[in-house]
Design a protein around this ligand. Structure first.
Ligand SMILES: [Zn+2]
Length: 349
């Protein structure tokens, strides 16, 4: 998709980087298409991260039926900081804080969430970590550090004792298409493994081939693809997206969030039937042990209620076995994010 400035009138569904705010996703909701799913994934679990090993690290046995929402945002609204919230999303121009989310989560029987960065500042990362310290239901934070900075290691070390920091994300969708190939960015990514941090890949579907090269270059790094790689649901983008998702799913160190679909479709006229092929294809490609439910609250609320977004995934996986459903709704997020090992002492490095 092209920058908002070229598209006009659309909604920015993820924040752009501070330096490239004008490049935010300006997708205009319109249109729909049908497509069918195929292929089957291995379901073998994320490589280098045996579920049996990681799952015990932060909570022990999993109560049946629990749900972790692996993708939420919190903010205190400030027009200068959130320029990506444009005229099409005026409902997002207010504070969204943990207790707002908790109300919706309780009603939808979602126990836990992972908070994800939205602004690309160290201050926001620390603020989200403070929120997680105060609210036990925020079990993890996917924050931001400047992965291109020469002092990225120091930025990570300063937060090494924050146990709820579970991953890092950069808003790559707002960057040039060659961004994931840049040596400077990759040098930062290479630091994450030492800190046992996941990395969230946020790209548009057209950037997925670059994401495949990128994830392949770091076989020991855990990656989480946000929002199914943002298929262009409004413009019949299934076929090309499907091939790229298959190639990404073939990499065992990558898993995928079942999130963000309603805002890639027409906000007013999307249907579960329209989105279902994307969900089915993703679960089939990655397997239940490498996909996790996420809401993208509050961004999702421009197109659906929280309950509707959660139900979309719960319904789509309704035919899977109890064990597989537990992985999709809870276990994958637990093992990929929340079972992060403790930071290694200097002598172990
Ligand atoms: Zn999001």
């Amino acid at each position: 998709m092209s920058p908002a400035s070229e598209r006009g009138g659309g909604g920015s569904l993820e924040p752009a980087s501070t330096s490239a705010r004008a490049k935010a996703d300006g997708a205009t909701p319109r249109g729909s298409e049908r497509a069918s799913a195929s292929e089957h994934g291995s379901g073998a679990g994320i490589e280098g991260v045996p579920a049996s090993e990681r799952a015990g690290g932060a909570g022990g046995a999993t109560p049946p039926g629990q749900t972790i929402d692996a993708h939420q945002h919190f903010w205190r609204y400030d027009p200068a900081e959130y320029g990506w919230i444009d005229e099409s999303m005026t409902a997002l121009r207010r504070d969204f804080l943990p207790l707002d989310a908790k109300r919706d989560m309780d009603a939808a029987a979602v126990s836990t969430c992972v908070a994800v960065q939205a602004r690309q500042t160290l201050e926001e990362t620390d603020w989200l970590l403070d929120l997680a310290d105060r609210h036990a239901f925020i079990a993890g934070v996917v924050g931001w550090v400047d992965l291109q900075a020469v002092d990225v290691e120091a930025q990570l070390e300063r937060r090494a004792d924050r146990a709820r920091l579970v991953g890092i994300r950069h808003i790559v969708q707002g960057e040039r298409d060659d961004f994931l190939d840049r040596a400077q960015f990759r040098a930062g990514i290479a630091r994450l493994e030492r800190f046992d941090l996941a990395y969230d890949i946020l790209v548009y579907a057209r950037q997925l081939p670059a994401a495949v090269r990128f994830a392949r270059a770091f076989p020991g790094q855990r990656f989480v693809l946000d929002h199914l790689g943002k298929p262009d649901i409004r413009h019949a983008g299934f076929r090309e997206w499907r091939g790229d998702i298959g190639r990404l799913a073939a990499l065992p160190n990558v898993c995928c969030k079942l999130s963000g679909l309603v805002t890639e479709a027409d906000w007013r006229s999307w249907t579960a039937g329209q989105l279902r092929p994307y969900l089915d294809a993703t679960v089939e490609s990655f397997g239940p042990a490498r996909v996790m439910i996420g809401s993208d609250w509050p961004v999702c609320t421009v197109a659906a209620t929280y309950q509707e977004v959660i139900d979309l995934v719960r319904d789509a996986v309704g035919e899977y076995s109890a064990t597989e459903k537990q992985q999709i709704l809870y276990g994958t997020a637990q093992s990929v994010y929340l079972a992060r090992k403790t930071f290694p002492a200097e002598e172990e490095i």
